[in-house]
Design a protein around this ligand. Structure first.
Ligand code: ATP
Length: 257
């Protein structure tokens, strides 16, 4: 199995010496092709900073982030644009769809920006739309869709370019539990059946129970890892283990293990 993403001793410090916040304080992790990795941690633990460093939205203070062997913070111009547009697919908590474009136009936007042929993109669109059950809303505007439909349209947009990795930032955060479950089943299905590689930040233990592995971060450091012991462990058993770690995290104790 190929390593898709490799992060080495990543640090991000905000502020000046004497008054610094160590948002990331030496994160090292690897994401393998076909993994579904969750990142959990309490508020302020550094989860969004980590995703934003990977997405090249913010510059780390030190350390390395390598996508398929290439250090991403050395990328410039066209190569940086190709990394952002083709190698990562981003799924946001608040969907971030463009209001005056239809579902279809929102999904196809990355394709048109990167000159993918019409024939190829329509084939991929119809397959994804059918899998994500959004065929009926492709010609609707976001204001005419339910929250669950909006997030599944956003998922199709994140997947349309067949990116190396999907970065999902609290994707169930704005959904009710039924829609959250539907979305997570679809993401887990894409991971299982299409080998989609997913890195998901979440507070939601239910959502996290669909992952194959979870890293828990606290104060910018990884302090624990859980792996789903498939095929023996049920999702409920994995969920119970996640809850146990999260309850200790909430209590501020890192000495749970
Ligand atoms: N631009 C910034 N300037 C200064 N400090 C920042 C900045 N952005 C984040 N921080 C600090 O860095 C730490 C990590 O923040 P981050 O947003 O990564 O946490 P998080 O785990 O995503 O939190 P949440 O779950 O609440 O979204 C926090 O202490 C936060 O206050």
């Amino acid at each position: 199995m190929e390593t898709v993403l490799e992060i080495e001793d990543l640090k991000k410090y905000y502020g000046r010496q004497g008054n610094q916040t160590k948002a990331l304080d030496g994160i090292t992790l690897q994401v393998m092709e076909g993994e579904f990795l969750g990142i959990m941690g309490s508020s302020g633990s550094g989860k969004s900073t980590l995703l934003n460093c990977i997405a090249t939205v913010i510059e780390p203070s030190s350390g390395k982030i390598m996508m398929k062997g290439t250090e991403i913070h050395s990328l410039k111009g066209k190569k940086l644009a190709a990394y952002r547009g083709r190698e990562i697919g981003y799924l946001f908590q608040n969907f971030e769809l463009i209001d005056n474009l239809t579902g279809r136009e929102n999904i196809m936007l990355p394709m048109s920006l990167h000159n993918v042929s019409d024939k190829e993109s329509s084939k991929r669109l119809s397959r994804l739309a059918s899998y994500l059950e959004i065929t009926d809303v492709l010609d609707k505007f976001p204001s005419q869709m339910s929250g669950g439909q909006k997030q599944r349209v956003a998922a199709a947009r994140a997947l349309i370019m067949d990116p190396g990795i999907i970065l999902a930032d609290e994707p169930t955060g704005a959904l009710d539990s039924r829609n959250a479950k539907t979305l997570m089943k679809k993401l887990a299905g894409l991971n299982q059946d299409e080998n989609a590689t997913i890195l998901m930040v979440t507070h939601d233990s239910n959502a996290a129970s669909y992952c194959k592995r979870i890293l828990f971060i606290q104060d910018g450091r990884i302090f624990h890892e859980l792996r789903r012991d498939t095929p023996d462990e049920t999702q409920q058993e994995f969920y119970d283990r996640i809850l146990k770690v999260m309850s200790q995290l909430g209590g501020g104790s890192a000495n749970v293990l």
